[in-house]
Design a protein around this ligand. Structure first.
Ligand SMILES: *[C@@H]1O[C@H](CO)[C@@H](O)[C@H](O)[C@H]1NC(C)=O
Ligand SMILES: *[C@@H]1O[C@H](CO)[C@@H](O)[C@H](O)[C@H]1NC(C)=O
Ligand SMILES: *[C@@H]1O[C@H](CO)[C@@H](O)[C@H](O)[C@H]1NC(C)=O
Ligand SMILES: *[C@@H]1O[C@H](CO)[C@@H](O)[C@H](O)[C@H]1NC(C)=O
Ligand SMILES: *[C@@H]1O[C@H](CO)[C@@H](O)[C@H](O)[C@H]1NC(C)=O
Length: 509
């Protein structure tokens, strides 16, 4: 039950971690020293092995990030008998926000979970500007499950967690984390650095923004960009932080004539005395609307709509409808959702394969310098505007569907967003430019073939040109998969576990 609930819940969130402060040093140095099969063409670092490392605990693997990418992978490695140290910048938040499915909106506003990135939808200078989207970190509750697993088998200590900890610096490789809800930049990180020795590999699963950041701060990336921030390049991989993709989503919201009775008394608060729905939810063991996640009815269509004479292409637009008020992941939405869902229907058109390619760039070499994140929506010279047109046509279809529906139409009072007066193609397009959102950012450390200059990873998740380092999370794909990305992240996490375990077994033969 718990697991199911979490999965339903987390389709809205990302494999992201709030990396906060400092921790490890020399990991990769150590990992390379310990490598059984070092690549002779890479810089060898045995001469810079720091003093005192012998005294530190040793692990077979270190996984940075316990989201949907790192969590299952760490668990699999531990089940296989390896010792694994998992870092997470956050901690296991266990409160109403993370346990009641319909509180997902509150969770994304919960300071304990808030990653608080500012993401720009458009490049600087574009006629529209929008940067009110923000990202909560992943709500992976697998940490306690994992600990349970290892101790049940009587082999405690194989899976060790360091929570509220952040990778900061790997000596010759640079440093890590940014952050969000931290109080100012730490000036003297050096005192707080600790070292851990890794026997086999480091796996970075810090998410679409912080995984490329960790690589770049460690000297792995576009060397010109690194030099702009006085970071000594170690491996020139120009694709790091490029290829940022997302889905394009746009909401259409209707007000209903009456209230949905299942929301009667629901205030979405934390105190049962102020929230009859919460009180009933607790007393009845979860038997009311709070046990539902947001997803409701879904339809999908191919790109060119009904009157295309071309061969049908695979579905590219998904429309989902639900009894809630949801303008998208914009600041302030959780309160709007709580206040207005009792008489609202939201329909969202989601474009699965938009053309936009964005970037994640450093703004400085300090681990807590903010990242510059631009999604560059609709900028592709050939396909960018077509993406807007596809969304526009999807909104028109939704409008027709709601108005024409004998089931829903009679209960609808009016359309509140964009509103019935927004009618011409130009007006609808402007609404799209101003309100597009997306919450499935990915692909900033893309897997690609040997002859692709922008490939960051090989087909086994290994960072090109580096020994003993892999990236396994939403940043690993070359293209945004499907309509929702959480399940695919779990899948690549399992796939990577197979690959890593298989390699480890073969190296022991
Ligand atoms: C849940 O999130 C809200 C913000 O949405 C926050 O005010 C509250 O403190 C959080 N925690 C609990 C236990 O409700
Ligand atoms: C989140 O970021 C915004 C904009 O950068 C800032 O104003 C706000 O104080 C931040 N909130 C927290 C909790 O850090
Ligand atoms: C590498 O960085 C330089 C300097 O910021 C930039 O001009 C160039 O476009 C970047 N190359 C790639 C492939 O992103
Ligand atoms: C509809 O629900 C809202 C919010 O719960 C409430 O304030 C309002 O009185 C309700 N209206 C009717 C007609 O029940
Ligand atoms: C939500 O409702 C509360 C209580 O009625 C009100 O104080 C608050 O301003 C409303 N907020 C929004 C964003 O509608």
């Amino acid at each position: 039950m718990t697991r199911l609930r979490l999965k339903l819940f987390s389709f809205l969130s990302l494999s992201l971690l709030t990396l906060q402060l400092v921790s490890l040093d020399s990991l990769l140095v150590s990992a390379r020293v310990a490598s059984t099969n070092p690549n002779p063409n890479l810089p060898q670092c045995s001469d810079i092995r720091p003093q005192g490392l012998q005294d530190r605990p040793q692990y077979d693997y270190v996984v940075v990030g316990s989201g949907a990418g790192g969590g299952p992978l760490a668990s699999r490695l531990a089940e296989e008998g390896f010792s694994v140290l998992v870092f997470d910048a956050g901690h296991d938040v266990n409160n109403l926000n993370t346990t009641i499915p319909l509180y997902f909106a509150r969770a994304s506003d919960d300071p304990q979970l808030d990653l608080n990135y500012t993401v720009s939808e458009y490049p600087e200078g574009f006629r529209f500007q929008k940067n009110d989207a923000w990202y909560p970190r992943a709500l992976e509750d697998s940490i306690s499950d994992l600990e349970g697993t290892s101790s049940e088998e009587g082999r405690e200590g194989r899976l060790v967690f360091a929570l509220d900890t952040v990778w900061r610096r790997i000596r010759i490789w640079g440093a890590l984390p940014v952050a969000s809800n931290f109080d100012g930049k730490e000036e003297s990180l050096e005192d707080r650095v600790e070292r851990v020795l890794v026997r086999k590999e480091v796996i970075v699963s810090a998410g679409v923004f912080q995984s490329p950041q960790l690589l770049m701060l460690s000297g792995i990336g576009n060397s010109s960009h690194l030099e702009e921030h006085a970071i000594e390049p170690v491996v020139h991989l120009p694709g790091v932080g490029n290829n940022l993709q997302d889905h394009d989503e746009i909401a259409m919201i209707f007000q209903t004539k009456g209230n949905f009775s299942f929301f009667n008394g629901c205030t979405f608060l934390s105190d049962p005395e102020e929230d009859p729905c919460l009180e009933y939810w607790k007393e009845s063991g979860g038997k009311n609307v709070y046990s539902f996640s947001a997803l409701d009815v879904i339809t999908s269509t191919s790109p060119r709509g009904e009157d295309s004479s071309e061969a049908p292409s695979p579905p590219d637009i998904l429309s989902y409808f639900g009894p809630f008020y949801f303008p998208g992941f914009v600041r302030g939405y959780p309160q709007l959702l709580a206040n207005k869902s009792h008489n609202s229907i939201t329909a969202i058109a989601l474009k699965a394969h938009p053309s936009s390619l964005g970037t994640v760039r450093l703004s400085g070499s300090h681990p807590q310098d903010i990242l510059q994140i631009h999604k560059n929506r609709f900028q592709d010279a050939d396909r960018g505007y077509q993406d807007v047109v596809d969304l526009r046509e999807a909104l028109k279809r939704i409008r027709k569907l709601i108005r024409g529906s004998v089931l829903i139409g009679p209960y609808v009072e009016k359309e509140i967003a964009p509103g019935e007066d927004v009618e011409s193609d130009e007006e609808i397009e402007e609404y799209i430019y101003r309100n597009v959102f997306g919450h499935h950012a990915c692909c900033t450390n893309a897997i690609g073939p040997d002859d692709d200059d922008n490939a960051v990873l090989d087909g086994n998740f290994k960072v090109r040109g580096v020994n003993n380092l892999r990236v396994v999370d939403a940043s690993s794909w070359p293209n945004v998969p499907g309509f929702f990305i959480t399940t695919p992240i779990y899948m690549i996490s399992e796939k990577a576990a197979d690959v890593i375990i298989d390699e480890a077994r073969r190296s022991q033969l």
